[in-house]
Design a protein around this ligand. Structure first.
Ligand SMILES: *[C@@H]1O[C@H](CO)[C@@H](O)[C@H](O)[C@H]1NC(C)=O
Ligand SMILES: *[C@@H]1O[C@H](CO)[C@@H](O)[C@H](O)[C@H]1NC(C)=O
Length: 357
């Protein structure tokens, strides 16, 4: 009996320990000392118009490694777009990439990356890239058509709760080039997060076929072009696009930066991102276990999700709420109710068993 009690105690202890490790998967974006942080390939190749804010964008992101615990690598070489070259990254980000930015082989490698669960983030003129490629258009959601001159416009949050817009005031006035698209990104599965009020600036009477409300930022989870999935992959990755990002001032604006980085964090927070131990794309392999870190989260820094346990993905569903607080910590708590139920069941069984014995 004594040894049974001892065994029971050991079992319960072991179970509770493993359950606490499994029930909460706290994702801290601010893990500056961890080798296990996401790596993003930032591509800024241009063929044609080149935004002079690209260096400012690079600078703004490069500073962010410590702050967000995300590592950026900056690239302008088309040659990086091979299976070999892309396999190290948790996401690929195109910032104001224009024109024929990928050759045919590069486009195929890009699509295979998506089919392997890769994540993709497009910023501003990323919709100006690859105008001939249906694959690219479906991946990013829509392609650029036209914009009026840079001026203040009123941006509106769409009714989806999402970290990229959580902090944006309703009716946000911001100086930007308002992008129009040749088609409605919703036709490619986009969920629009931010739109623009077409009456809030001078649009020169331009009519677009990009749908209403006029889309400005969106996510797609997952893009159609991740099909067919590569062998062993259970879900495609996530796409996030924002049309904002034109000028230097934009990249120095906190509201914009939080919009972008929160959108990025949410994109990474999918079932397929390797830095978050769940998927197949990206970075060191095998990845070391995360180093437990004292939490620096504030109450605003938490995100109750939504997500997935053990790589079983649910669609991004609204309701997630990553907020990059000033403490720069975004944290995800995934509570496994199923796990709790199993624990109760196992404990109940054990207690019953030992009482009977
Ligand atoms: C994760 O978060 C939960 C809830 O805030 C906390 O109880 C738990 O100790 C955290 N786990 C780790 C490893 O930090
Ligand atoms: C934006 O910044 C870049 C480099 O930091 C600079 O070369 C460029 O002139 C700036 N653009 C404007 C419009 O001020």
């Amino acid at each position: 009996m004594f040894s049974s009690v001892g065994a029971l105690f050991t079992l319960i202890t072991t179970l509770s320990l493993s359950v606490s490790a499994l029930s909460y998967e706290n994702l801290t974006i601010n893990y500056p000392n961890s080798p296990n942080i996401p790596k993003i390939l930032v591509y800024t190749y241009t063929d044609g118009y080149r935004h002079d804010s690209i260096p400012t964008a690079i600078e703004a992101l490069a500073k962010g490694k410590k702050r967000w615990g995300v590592e950026f690598e900056f690239e302008e070489d088309k040659g990086r777009f091979t299976d070999e070259g892309l396999q190290w990254y948790d996401a690929i980000m195109f910032i104001s990439v224009t024109g024929e930015a990928l050759d045919e082989e590069g486009q195929k490698a890009f699509q295979r990356y998506l089919q392997n669960g890769g994540n993709f983030i497009g910023v501003h003129a990323a919709t100006v890239a690859l105008p001939q490629s249906d694959m690219y258009k479906q991946s990013i959601g829509a392609l650029f058509e036209w914009h009026p001159v840079l001026q203040d416009a009123t941006f509106k949050k769409e009714g989806v709760s999402h970290p990229a817009t959580a902090h944006i005031p309703d009716g946000w006035r911001f100086g930007e080039e308002v992008y129009y698209f040749t088609s409605d990104p919703r036709d490619n599965g986009a969920v629009v997060l931010l739109s623009v009020d077409e009456n809030s600036y001078n649009n020169e009477g331009y009519k677009s076929s990009n749908g209403d409300p006029h889309p400005i930022a969106w996510y797609i989870d997952p893009p159609k072009t991740s099909q067919p999935l590569a062998e062993g992959i259970s879900k495609g990755g996530r796409v996030f696009y924002t049309a904002l990002g034109h000028s230097n001032e934009t990249w120095q604006d906190d509201v914009f930066m939080e919009h972008l980085v929160s959108g990025l964090v949410r994109t990474l927070d999918g079932a397929t991102t390797k830095a978050y131990k769940q998927g197949q794309v990206g970075c060191e392999d095998p990845r070391p276990p995360p180093t437990p870190q004292p939490s620096t989260a504030t109450t605003e820094g938490s995100l109750t999700d939504v997500g997935e346990i053990g790589g079983v993905a649910k669609p991004t569903g609204p309701g997630g709420n990553v907020h990059l607080a000033n403490t720069a910590t975004a944290m995800r708590i995934v509570e496994s109710r199923g796990m709790g139920v199993s624990l109760c069941f196992v404990l109940g069984f054990l207690v019953g068993y030992y009482v009977v014995v």
